[in-house]
Ligand binder design. Structure first.
Ligand SMILES: [Zn+2]
Length: 317
């Protein structure tokens, strides 16, 4: 691991603390290094409050401030260039007079994209872009997908038996363990909206909340032609209208929790980014078959928890 990567990894660690509260802003971490040590660090804690760079500079002790002229600031996402709720961080970095800036990845947000980096370079600061770029992008995959594709980041989630059924002969079956259920509630707390189809809603009356984790409960959506929501016209293609409606409402992430028909619609239309599949060792013999994995599916991670297997699947690029 290079020195730049080591400090960028620290930025990523810091940034991840903003997972629940930075939304709808991206998670960002910043580290200021001089004479081979960290003299300041910070992350974006909450939307509306200071950005990572502001917090990092604020944490530098007065006794260390003379080091700034030779310092390097590491930021996991390109510093902002526009006046939002706070002044632009690119201008703050210029004002503080650091020598070098290392950026994890470019900000896809139209008001920033490349302009933050341009401001720094014009001021004579040496800029390096793309250190741990894939990890920096992955951390903000919801924010990036929302801004680039103008739709929420879609995660499909289901649980199934070892023999491939998502229910037992049409009746709901509890595949998860107390611990994996808690993980699902954690995932929900990190998501802006959850969707289920009509059949799942009628059969299981899912609460879709986060009662086994702390944090806010996501917006709950039931896709039901007899109870249209979000202004969707069911005589027209539904999923694209849904994506547009959620984009308008600034919903950056959507968790689709079934059932089989709804999941298949998303898979067939290619409107998904990630899947979380929990497989219990139980054999049920009959039931509703789990969706088949599409060709574009690639397993990123495989966890074994309480005897269940949890697969994290992403779409091949
Ligand atoms: Zn900023």
């Amino acid at each position: 691991m290079t020195t730049d990567e080591r400090y960028m990894r620290r930025c990523l660690q810091l940034a991840a603390n903003g997972l629940q509260n930075a939304r709808p802003n991206p998670m960002v971490g910043a580290v200021i290094v001089a004479e081979g040590r960290i003299i300041g660090e910070g992350y974006h804690v909450r939307c509306g409050e200071g950005h990572a760079e502001v917090n990092a500079f604020a944490s530098v002790k007065d006794a260390d401030s003379y080091l700034l002229k030779d310092a390097t600031i590491y930021v996991s996402l390109e510093p902002c260039a526009h006046y939002g709720k706070t002044p632009p961080c690119a201008e703050l970095i210029v004002r503080k007079g650091v020598r070098r800036c290392v950026v994890g990845c470019v900000d896809p947000f139209a008001k920033v994209s490349g302009r933050g980096i341009a401001i720094l370079r014009e001021a004579g600061i040496e800029v390096t872009v793309g250190v741990l770029e894939e990890e920096c992008k992955h951390l903000n995959r919801r924010f990036i997908t929302f801004n680039q594709l103008r739709r929420p980041y879609v995660t499909l989630k289901w649980a199934q038996s070892a023999d491939g059924f998502i229910d037992h002969d049409g009746k709901a079956y509890a595949f998860s363990t107390p611990f994996t259920r808690m993980l699902v509630h954690k995932l929900r707390s990190e998501t802006d909206a959850i969707l289920v189809g009509r059949v799942t809603d009628e059969r299981e009356h899912p609460l879709l909340d986060v009662r086994h984790w702390s944090g806010r409960s996501p917006m709950r959506i039931v896709l039901d032609s007899s109870r249209p929501c979000l202004g969707i016209d069911f005589s027209l293609p539904v999923l694209q209208q849904l994506m547009d409606a959620l984009y308008e409402r600034k919903i950056q992430s959507l968790l689709v929790e079934g059932g089989a028909t709804t999941l298949r619609h998303f898979i067939d239309s290619g409107l998904w980014d990630e899947m979380r599949i929990e497989i219990s060792p139980v054999l049920l013999g009959k039931g509703t078959p789990a969706p088949a994995l599409p060709k574009a599916a690639e397993v990123m991670k495989r966890d074994q928890i309480d005897g269940n297997i949890v697969l994290y699947v992403k779409k091949k690029e």
